[in-house]
Design a protein around this ligand. Structure first.
Ligand SMILES: C[S@@+](CC[C@H](N)C(=O)[O-])C[C@H]1O[C@@H](n2cnc3c(N)ncnc32)[C@H](O)[C@@H]1O
Length: 315
């Protein structure tokens, strides 16, 4: 199988928004970015080596954003949609750089290994580190838990700010055992696995994508976790049972559909963690939560992205 690559010469200010748009609206199979800043910092982050920027091939002025699609995807339509999205983001006052869009095709296999060089250990917190399957890592603390991960073609390497906000929420909210969790839109399974590592006892990971189901099963096995079940379904309408925690890192428009389904799937005293909300969408989410009997206990923010810790309103 071949893959269509759309490459955009752009600015880091729009990288996150392009990524979510590509995955959630255009059904991209994968995304990655190459930032000048990463190369400039590489030397002093690791061993103080001075990096000769002139020696680096294909160095972006600021950021190259790449999105990968099935070879059958409509190339011209995708280019048009990305161009429109860039204009929209510029309208919000964000820098979009040269905004030059180019396309090419590569073999699927090449891509699977090519992107691995940009993906490294994330020493996330006192409790968790995310470790790509092909890397070795010694925990920084004796009881730091490792999430071994090969995201494959699913979203969720741990690099994305929205994933990290949701993980912070899980660390905050998993405080007692036994605890059951449903991870809505699990992607690579990263949040389901984080929940298991933090002590959740019964976990359901759901997504609408086949790639996600495959990646989640593989990643659960890689981490020797047996208490994650998977279900291919949209949101919670067809999910059975109630949970102590609902976690969802999905775009705000989709969270708005999830909110009315939550009460029926949340145990007494249950908690909800949201991420993936662009700060401009927050008022809509706040309104819908309030209308559906929920309140926000904690608001977290990373750049444009908002994460929320939510409970039922007091009676
Ligand atoms: C931003 S990714 C999050 C992946 C992972 N949970 C993380 O935090 O890195 C959103 C995921 O939600 C899935 N998704 C989108 N719409 C959905 C829906 N209606 N029901 C369930 N999953 C959905 C996508 O396929 C994608 O895997």
């Amino acid at each position: 199988m071949k893959l269509l690559i759309i490459k955009i010469d752009t600015s880091h200010e729009v990288e996150d928004a392009l990524g979510i748009y590509a995955m959630d609206n255009l059904n991209a199979l994968g995304i990655e970015s190459r930032q000048r800043n990463d190369f400039e910092q590489a030397g002093w982050l690791h061993d103080s080596t001075v990096v000769e920027m002139d020696d680096i091939k294909d160095l972006p002025k600021d950021t190259y954003f790449y999105a990968y699609f099935d070879e059958e995807a409509d190339k011209d339509d995708l280019v048009k949609k990305f161009a429109e999205k860039l204009q929209e983001l510029q309208g919000y006052g964000l820098k979009i750089g040269d905004a030059k869009i180019t396309t090419s095709y590569i073999k699927d296999q090449d891509w699977n290994t090519a992107w691995q060089k940009y993906y490294h250990v994330i020493d996330f917190s006192r409790h968790l580190a995310i470790v790509p399957e092909w890397e070795d890592y010694q925990p920084a603390f004796k009881d730091q838990k490792l999430i071994k991960l090969d995201p494959g073609l699913a979203f969720g390497t741990g690099n994305h700010k929205t994933t990290q906000l949701a993980m912070m929420g899980l660390e905050r909210d998993i405080t007692k055992k036994p605890i059951s969790v449903v991870d809505v839109g699990t992607g690579s399974g990263i949040l389901a696995i984080a929940a298991a590592k933090l002590g959740a006892t019964d976990i359901l990971a759901t997504d609408i994508s086949d790639e996600s189901m495959t990646a989640t099963k593989q990643n659960a096995a890689l981490n020797q976790i047996k208490n994650i079940r998977v279900q291919k379904t949209s949101l919670l309408a067809d999910v059975k049972g109630k949970f102590d925690i609902i976690v969802a890192n999905i775009l705000a428009e989709i969270l708005l559909d999830l909110i009315p389904q939550m009460d029926a799937h949340l145990n007494e005293g249950g908690k909800v963690i949201f991420s993936g909300i662009d700060y401009k969408q927050l008022p809509k989410i706040q309104k819908s939560l309030a209308e559906n009997g929920f309140k926000i206990d904690l608001t977290m923010r990373q750049g444009r992205w908002i994460g929320l810790a939510i409970t039922r309103k007091d009676k």
